[in-house]
Design a protein around this ligand. Sequence first.
Ligand code: SF4
Ligand code: SF4
Length: 88
Amino acid sequence: MMADTLIDGRMLRPYHNNDHLPVIIDREICTGCTLCIHACPQSVLKTVVDNGRIEGVVAVVYNPTLCTGCRQCEDVCPDFCITVMEGR
Ligand code: SF4
Ligand code: SF4
């Protein structure tokens, strides 16, 4: 897993070990509700099985090169666990 990263005063804990992800999803907060997966027009995100979750899945970045930085995933997440890195 990627090292925890402090951004805007929040400690984010991404799932993948990739320093260049366009979107960071905090794996500790994500409930696996899948709203972000359906909101993304580029199919960047997907869920993977994680039995520690309420829904049994957690959202991860699957196709990072397709991300346009549109922030629709960040806007739709009810738990504020997505941070789009584009423009930071
Ligand atoms: S910023 Fe836009 S393109 Fe990138 S993952 Fe989020 S919804 Fe998809
Ligand atoms: S919308 Fe938020 S809580 Fe729901 S799966 Fe996506 S990152 Fe997780």
